[in-house]
Design a protein around this ligand. Structure first.
Ligand code: ZN
Length: 381
């Protein structure tokens, strides 16, 4: 792996000695783009990975804004690849976090030469090294079900939970049902229904019941596939397992998908690498502008709730973004309707074992209820 500086020096050396013949125009254009990027943003982290034959294996870019965003919200990361963004067919990987407005924010972009073990490992390692200061705060990583990707992530982030995106899991189930179920449409419909419910279970018992139901309609080949790859695997994909983790309500890599949708008009398979990178920069600049506008609106607009006389609601609304405030107010409102704490939760005024608190870290209805019961201030600014 070499820094951009080293690459530039070597490219320049080549230009002097062999008149640039071995520095392809495409790579040179990319290097120029990277150089421009760094000039405009000296704090940007730009790394070009190379193999022993000095071929580029990946290009990693985290602008200063991306670094600032991810360092503020490192807990939940989602990773996804998109294709056909350049003529040399390098897949583009987006690393995303979620900001306080509930929007997906890019933490880094990587162009990969291929999706082989070492390439993925090196690219993921570069991400983790870039964010070494917050590495231990990365709790959950969402991916689609690419085992190679999952294994490489586990190598560089052994303490984080890797969760398979709910949407991608559902799509895989549908495809496998079409492939492996008997040709009885009623059974297939039931199979799709049951596997879909499995992705949103709230407890182990609910899952077990659905699993038994699946066995009554699924073919033997499907059950074998399902047991080997899902039921008995260590992957986190069942609804109730996901509820145990810090996710901030994220269940899919849809933030990435939506981002790829926005990039589609800018990128296509005819783009040179340099041009592909230039378009990414353009997208990022627009995104920075949109974020600044959101920050400004959040600062300039004084939020309030119509006809509200409750000081706790006023406090929640005044210190949280609309996205966070909506979540917390729903919990607070539920707490007002409670007569007693439900049995299964171990609640204190500052923590709770329920899924809402565990997955988001915001005060839940149980905490609000017990604070009121103990005469404590409901919401601490
Ligand atoms: Zn709770």
């Amino acid at each position: 792996m070499r820094t951009l500086d080293q690459m530039r020096k070597e490219a320049a050396g080549d230009l002097e000695t062999i008149d640039g013949a071995e520095v392809s125009a495409d790579v040179q254009e990319l290097l120029d783009e990277l150089e421009n990027t760094r000039k405009n943003d000296p704090e940007a982290k730009i790394i070009v990975g190379t193999d022993p034959d000095d071929q580029i294996t990946f290009v990693f870019w985290a602008s200063s804004e991306m670094q600032s965003d991810f360092k503020s919200f490192p807990e939940v990361l989602s990773i996804d690849n998109t294709y056909n963004t350049n003529k040399v067919k390098m897949p583009l990987t987006g690393f995303l976090c979620q900001d306080k407005f509930g929007h997906g924010k890019v933490a880094a972009w990587t162009l990969l030469r291929d999706e082989k073990k070492t390439t993925l490992h090196d690219a993921f390692l570069t991400f983790v090294e870039t964010y070494a200061s917050v590495k231990d705060k990365i709790r959950t990583v969402f991916v689609d079900k690419d085992m190679n990707e999952i294994m490489r992530l586990k190598e560089v982030l052994p303490d984080a939970d890797v969760v398979v995106c709910r949407f991608h899991s559902g799509e895989i189930f549908k495809r496998q049902i079409d492939k492996k179920f008997d040709k009885d449409e009623n059974k297939r419909v039931k199979g799709r229904e049951v596997t879909k419910k499995m992705l949103s279970t709230e407890c182990e018992e609910e899952y077990t019941k659905l699993y038994e139901e699946l066995k009554t309609v699924a073919s033997d080949p499907f059950m074998k596939y399902f047991d080997d790859n899902w039921h008995n695997s260590k992957l986190v994909w069942k609804g109730h397992e996901r509820l145990q983790l810090v996710t901030f309500g994220v269940t899919t890599t849809n933030n990435n998908e939506s981002l790829h949708g926005k990039l589609k008009p800018l990128l296509n398979k005819r783009r040179s690498l340099g041009n592909c990178f230039a378009k990414l920069r353009l997208y990022q600049q627009n995104d920075v502008n949109r974020s600044r506008m959101r920050e400004f609106n959040n600062f300039a607009k004084v939020p309030y709730v119509c006809k509200n006389t409750d000081p706790t609601i006023r406090d929640i609304v005044s210190v949280c973004t609309p996205f966070v405030s909506n979540l917390i107010r729903q919990e607070y409102s539920s707490s007002l309707k409670m007569d007693a704490l439900p049995g299964p939760y171990n609640v204190d005024i500052d923590k709770c074992t329920c899924a809402f608190y565990r997955s988001r870290g915001f005060p839940c209805c149980h905490m609000f209820f017990s604070r009121r019961l103990k005469g404590k201030q409901c919401f601490n600014r």
